[in-house]
Design a protein around this ligand. Sequence first.
Ligand code: HEM
Length: 395
Amino acid sequence: MDGKSTIKWNPFAPDYFNDPYPIYALCRQHNPIQKDSFGNILLFRYRDIAPILDSTDFEVSSLVTYFESKESYIFKNSPQCPFLAKTTSKWLMYLNGDIHRKLRIALGKVLFSYDFDRLIQEAVKDSVNHFQDYQELDLVHFSKYFIFHILGQFIGLKDFASFEKVVEYSNLAARSQDIFVSKQMYLEINQCFLWGKGLFSETGFKAKLVKELDGFEFEEDDYYSILAVTLMAFFETSKDNLALTLHSILSNPSLKEYVLNADQKAIKLVSEECIRYTSPLQFTVRISKNEVIIHGQQFAASTRFVLGIASANRDEEIFESPDEILPNRKVNPHLAFGAGAHLCLGALIARKEMEFGLKPMVEFLQKFNIDSTQPLEWGNQIFMRTLERAMVKMH
Ligand code: HEM
């Protein structure tokens, strides 16, 4: 609190990826405003983060500017064509002002022209059928399969876009936004972005996008950028949320019973609570337009704030028993979808995935137990919390 605390957020600590929540809690309690070695200000408390997300005095950072400044270093001595800045140039969460507003409206219109109720219900049936005869299964694989099925239906992917390649593409696209990314990893991401240029079919989603963006004078690479962010934002967060949610429910007999007996209203409440609990996007960034004072500390204009969304969603000042899933939590002002101008554009779709999927999936999965002989595997990503493997076996 007084700046002398020895508690520091350190994503390199052993076991950090297994469970970052204990260090978030310590940071909230003892050192909620921290400065890292790059001069970023890290915030961990709900009361500091929520107003910033809502405020028009803060902007999102520009990923393109970052890549443009780094590309000469990343691609030095590499035969690769630099494509990181181009592919991320139309990613809504890194755009401000008029272009952000217009693109958001256009992408929103395209997204909500689809009948997601039907697509999701079909994907639930298909996933349950597909895994029907499995004796053991990986909940992460199950979740990826389900989300891939919805995605393939609405976005329109070319035949060569296999399940495995789309999974890899989405994950590398998500990693492009992380912090402490190695040069080698950026080269891999770039390679994957280049490969993905032929990923999207000319029909369906892209055609709708071109129509909505009539008058924008966008080039082929701009449409590609929008398609790439839609795929990543849709796939990565949804499967992370679902995999961890299913694992949490199957690990908790009373929660499992609750879901199995829940009506539609109760499913909505428990879904919302699971999204709070999983918080797939753990951090986001905002830049202050003007000088700002937070709890008596003054920060200059253009300060970069790293906002601990996941930490805010476990803040004991706001949420009773924050580390537990309380299935009928009535007041749940979580920030898992962000807030303000950049509030998740797919929040409604993500909620529907849970509302239509949760109960039939748990009904199907109740014949499995968590396989405690095979530990959970977590991805080594800081901004996104990603389960890599969660095995269950038939009892
Ligand atoms: C559980 C699932 C999901 C979670 C937890 C999630 C989380 C978030 C968060 C926290 C943001 C705000 C980022 C910021 O303010 O910096 C965001 C933005 C966004 N999300 Fe999601 N998301 C989910 C699913 C989806 C889905 C299914 C889509 C569909 C395409 C989607 C599309 C987007 C887009 C386009 C943005 C950028 C909005 C803007 O900047 O105006 N998300 N998401």
